[in-house]
Design a protein around this ligand. Structure first.
Ligand SMILES: Nc1ncnc2c1ncn2[C@@H]1O[C@H](COP(=O)(O)OP(=O)(O)OP(=O)(O)O)[C@@H](O)[C@H]1O
Ligand SMILES: [Mg+2]
Length: 324
């Protein structure tokens, strides 16, 4: 089983719940585990009833489990501050003002949010040494998936810029540089260096996600959720990311056999509908359905989490990553 495990799915299906349950299952099996959450609204802090922040902290009462909560807003701010610092070293003071204005606008775009979050994910994967397993309560979708295509795009860009730079070196500094070894050509050119750095970063991300990560999608037994899951599988497939399995959550529990009141009839009808949807999942989607988790009467935390963990038919043993 891959060391990085992602649980994706549409809003509210139970990604955070299932991630925490799985992380707990891994920790209980003796696998040193870090669970990473990205949603400040309902996240690992609620599930474990303990506040977590931007660096890993041990989860009280669960040996071998750490949790980390990424705040996407903080990530965007940090990301843009970094760009601002890099740029202000390189441009005149009068430009800094203009750049600040542009960056403020960039802050508002959804792309900035996803890109900053993606960077932080990859950083967490790169720094995952102390853990055998890292569990993320989300999976790349939409524009984040497209970021995986960046290395090829950046490579072209870097190659063209290097070519230009070689030409100018030829003209002005021929004596200074004898060979055309790439690092040497880049030396002293902050733009080229930065592009090369980004290219290597996305190359790492692509390899780690393709070779060292397993993706699971959480769904609810309704048509909308099934349709979205089918789309997500296709989108991920297009970027070379296979979905290893599906987790159905929030299934209606059956009434006792001798119950025949209105409530019991409602439950039976509802279960018929859900059974149809899950049959559709088994027949029309490739990844296997690995768990069917019933709706509990309250939020999943504490002991309930261990119950849900027991229902997850997902392997816990962890291989070492090959790309860190
Ligand atoms: N099987 C279940 N039984 C009862 N409540 C559940 C179950 N699964 C999840 N919940 C509850 O449903 C809500 C949404 O679950 P959760 O936060 O795990 O979803 P999510 O996919 O992470 O949502 P978001 O997209 O907002 O991050 C939470 O209040 C959670 O406690
Ligand atoms: Mg969540």
């Amino acid at each position: 089983m891959e060391p990085f495990v992602f649980f994706g799915g549409k809003g509210g299906v139970g990604k955070t719940t299932v991630s925490c349950a799985y992380a707990r299952k891994c920790a209980d099996a003796g696998v040193d585990t870090l669970v990473v959450s990205t949603d400040p609204a309902h996240s690992v802090s609620d599930v474990f009833d303990q506040q977590f922040g931007d660096s890993p902290e041990p989860v009280d009462g669960v040996d071998g489990l750490h949790a980390l909560e990424i705040d996407p807003d903080d990530e965007v701010t940090a990301h843009l501050d970094e760009i601002r610092n890099r740029l202000s070293d390189q441009v005149s003071a009068s430009m800094v003002n203009e750049i600040n204005k542009q960056l403020e606008m960039a802050h508002q775009t959804p792309g900035a949010y996803e890109s900053a979050l993606f960077d932080r994910f990859v950083e967490v994967m790169r720094e995952s040494d102390p853990y055998d397993r890292v569990v993320f309560d989300t999976a790349p979708t939409g524009s984040t998936l497209r970021l995986l295509g960046l290395p090829e795009f950046l490579e072209d860009w870097v190659d063209r810029l290097m070519h230009k730079r070689r030409q100018s070196i030829d003209l002005f500094e021929k004596a200074a540089i004898g060979n055309n070894e790439p690092r040497r050509v880049m030396e002293g050119d902050p733009v080229l260096e930065r592009l090369q750095e980004r290219k290597e970063f996305f190359e790492y991300a692509g390899s780690a996600l393709r070779e060292d990560a397993a993706f699971f999608l959480v769904l609810n037994p309704d048509q909308l959720s099934v349709n979205e899951t089918a789309r997500a599988i296709d989108d991920m497939d297009a970027e070379g990311l296979g979905v290893s399995g599906l987790i159905a959550n929030k299934l209606t529990p059956p009434p006792d056999d001798d119950e025949n009141g209105r409530g019991a009839r409602y439950l039976r009808d509802r279960i018929d509908t859900e059974t149809d949807r899950l049959d559709q999942v088994r027949e029309s989607l490739d990844p296997p359905l690995l768990a069917e988790i019933e709706t509990r009467t309250e939020e999943i935390r504490g002991d309930l989490l261990a119950d849900v963990a027991a229902e997850l038919d997902v392997a816990v043993d962890a291989e070492a990553p090959s790309f860190v």
